[in-house]
Design a protein around this ligand. Structure first.
Ligand SMILES: Cc1cc2nc3c(=O)[nH]c(=O)nc-3n(C[C@H](O)[C@H](O)[C@H](O)COP(=O)(O)OP(=O)(O)OC[C@H]3O[C@@H](n4cnc5c(N)ncnc54)[C@H](O)[C@@H]3O)c2cc1C
Length: 620
């Protein structure tokens, strides 16, 4: 296993630089309320300078509510004129103004000069998280600051909406708190306690000297994702006026006024980055750098990394308080090298299949649905119909992960202990960045179907004992049905007389339908919305003994579809089939019946393993 202490960002974005201001730096910086956006009570352009021999303004420190005790705020003119150019400065912290102006240009130039005089000094730039919403001004201003600090190690620290006694947002929330009953719960954003921001700044500043020189780091601390309704409610100033207005808002909410306003405002987010930053629960970073800036050691608990996001969109999974961050837009094309494919975690299986097909190759395992990110296959058992290899993960040879708990990159291969520590273990918190997957020559498949009477569990196990097909699937349309449909898949050459019935992909007719539905945005929306609202899905991994018991007792259950597969033991510590072969039972029912089923599970199979990727209503 190889690890890296300092993170390298392989695709750091440079951004476009704006025209520099023509104004020359003033000797003394003007005292003005320049940073009212970040912290309302700051009356000066504060700079916290850490290191030795630097003056500290106690008065300025007192003006900085909620600041961290190890930060020493002082005015830049005091620092710049300290006259001790040789003093070693670990970090200079600059709160970026809401709008990059001439004063900030002068300050940044001065800081660049000071930092270059003291090699090793890192400049920490504290600003807004609007960049993640493609806010043009933020991107332009950051690029300008970055350009002016060229050659100086810098860290961008971006914050979600800041909450705290002195923040401007808190003042606004107090005056608008009465609106809380009107705001629909689905309108949410991220809120960060000011003290958490300063704790991050303090840690980054303290560790600045140990970081790689000349590197540019980017860290975002979003904070918890919470409904505005809840946050507004917490800022109720009390008093009769507020109570009266709140009563009025409650009456208006019964008339659905809030819902109607939300219906109108929602689509406007498309055109306004600021509106998007006020109403979101999912982010789609555009690069690995941006993904890593969002998923870092300070804020990873507030983020849920996903792939194509089927868990939320199709199965209705929820992650309260966390912002869902999808990897899907960070992916580059698959890189095929012989029988091995190098993939970014966000690469779609669909894209991978197409790239391999152009090379007359294919994956060992092809599921019915190919709108799945390849990175997901490391955490979720994804299986297909035609292959004797059980899951996609069985064909993953190497991975590159970021472990936020240890704050380091981990490169590990299948034979190493670390690989097993992360495989099928979303609870590890690791973010998968890259994977190497085995591929094979393209095959054609043949399927033979037969209908049998659904007798005992032992008889079903007998069907799976047939070793001639490459894979066997069993379907039962209703729990009470008296027959089962058996599908036996044969790789090319194994089947008898496949001829015209040969399949390009080892999928049945219904499997081919799923991809078609996803290709069209309207059918995709309707399909997922229907299943999310009315369906309940779970995949259970039974031992053979458990399966026989399940088969004896399941016929009374309100299950609409059962699909069975044989899953081979893989010996991995977090695998649901690590210790023994299993029968996977993929079960679908109407959502209204889910409580009956859950009750049945609690009473009969309280410890049965399930598939986290295919579980409706899973919350984590
Ligand atoms: C119509 C349909 C048909 C299906 N058919 C099959 C089938 O034939 N066989 C089968 O096995 N499954 C099938 N599935 C289930 C599917 O494989 C799972 O739902 C899978 O999880 C979807 O992939 P995703 O990328 O959208 O997952 P997501 O919901 O995006 O992610 C699942 C989990 O993976 C983890 N994760 C993903 N990427 C990363 C990363 N980079 N770093 C850290 N953690 C990560 C997270 O914990 C996340 O919660 C089907 C689903 C549908 C909707």
């Amino acid at each position: 296993m190889k690890t890296q202490g300092n993170l390298a960002y392989p695709d750091a974005q440079s951004g476009s630089a704006a025209e520099p201001s023509a104004e020359s730096p003033p000797a003394l910086l003007p005292v003005a309320a320049v940073d009212a956006r970040l912290v309302a009570r700051v009356v000066d352009r504060l700079v916290a300078a850490l290191g030795q021999s630097l003056p500290v303004s106690a008065a300025a420190a007192e003006k900085r509510p909620g600041s961290h005790p190890s930060l020493q705020p002082c005015r830049w003119d005091e620092v710049a004129n300290a006259g001790d150019a040789d003093a070693s400065v670990a970090a200079i912290v600059l709160l970026l103004a809401a709008k990059h102006d001439a004063a900030q240009t002068a300050l940044v130039d001065d800081i660049a000069r000071r930092a270059k005089e003291s090699p090793g000094t890192r400049v920490l730039l504290v600003g807004t998280f609007l960049r993640h919403f493609a806010d043009a001004r933020t991107i332009r201003d950051e690029a300008e600051v970055r350009r002016r600090l060229d050659g100086v190690p810098i860290t961008f620290l971006r914050a979600g909406h800041l909450l705290g006694d002195g923040t401007r947002l808190a003042c606004r929330l107090r005056s608008l708190s009465w609106l809380a009953p009107l705001v629909p719960r689905r309108i949410s954003s991220t809120f960060l306690n000011e003290s958490d921001l300063w704790a991050m700044v303090a840690t980054e500043a303290a560790e600045a000297g140990t970081m790689r020189r000349a590197s540019c780091r980017e860290l975002t601390l979003l904070g918890r994702n919470r409904p505005w309704r809840e946050v507004l409610g917490e800022h109720n100033p009390g008093g009769p006026l507020s109570a009266g207005l709140r009563g009025l808002a409650t009456v208006l909410s019964f008339l659905l006024v809030g819902q109607l306003v939300a219906l109108f405002v929602g689509p406007l987010r498309r055109w306004s980055s600021r509106l998007r930053s006020c109403w979101f629960d999912t982010l789609y970073p555009q690069s690995v750098t941006e993904l890593l800036s969002l998923y870092n050691r300070y804020g990873y608990r507030d983020v849920k990394v996903v792939g194509y996001n089927t868990g939320v969109v199709h199965f209705g999974q929820t992650f309260p308080g966390r912002t869902v961050v999808s990897t899907i837009k960070t992916a580059g094309p698959p890189r095929i090298d012989g029988y091995r494919v190098k993939l970014d975690a966000g690469t779609l299986m669909r894209t991978t299949i197409d790239a391999l097909r152009a090379d007359d190759k294919e994956l060992f395992v092809v599921p019915n649905y190919s709108y799945i990110s390849m990175g997901t296959c490391f955490f979720v058992p994804v299986h297909g119909s035609g292959s004797e290899v059980t899951t996609v993960a069985d064909t993953i040879e190497r991975v590159l992960l970021y472990d936020p708990v240890e704050d380091r990159l981990v490169a590990t291969s299948r034979s190493e202990e670390a690989f097993g520590r992360y495989l099928y273990n979303p609870a590890s918190g690791a973010l998968l960045l890259r994977l190497y997957v085995r591929a094979k020559e393209k095959s054609r498949y043949f399927v033979k179907q037969e209908t049998l009477s659904a007798t005992s569990g032992e008889a079903v196990l007998e069907v799976f004992a047939d070793r001639e097909p490459s894979n066997i699937e069993i379907r039962k349309s209703q729990a009470a049905s008296e027959t089962i449909d058996v599908y036996k898949y044969y790789d090319q050459g194994d089947g008898e007389g496949g001829g015209a019935g040969a399949l390009e992909m080892p999928k049945d007719a219904i499997g081919r339908l799923w991809d078609r539905l996803e290709e069209n945005p309207i059918s995709s929306y309707l399909f997922h919305a229907m299943v999310r609202k009315f369906g309940y899905h779970v995949e259970l991994f039974f031992t053979k003994e458990e399966f026989v018991r399940f088969w004896e007792t399941h016929t009374e259950l309100p299950i609409s579809k059962i699909q069975l597969r044989y899953v081979k033991q893989d010996g991995m510590p977090h695998s649901p089939f690590g210790k023994h072969d299993c029968i996977s039972a993929d079960l679908f029912m109407r959502r209204k019946h889910s409580s009956v089923f859950q009750e049945y599970l609690r009473n009969n199979f309280s410890h049965v393993q399930s598939n986290v990727g295919k579980h409706s209503m899973l919350a984590g």
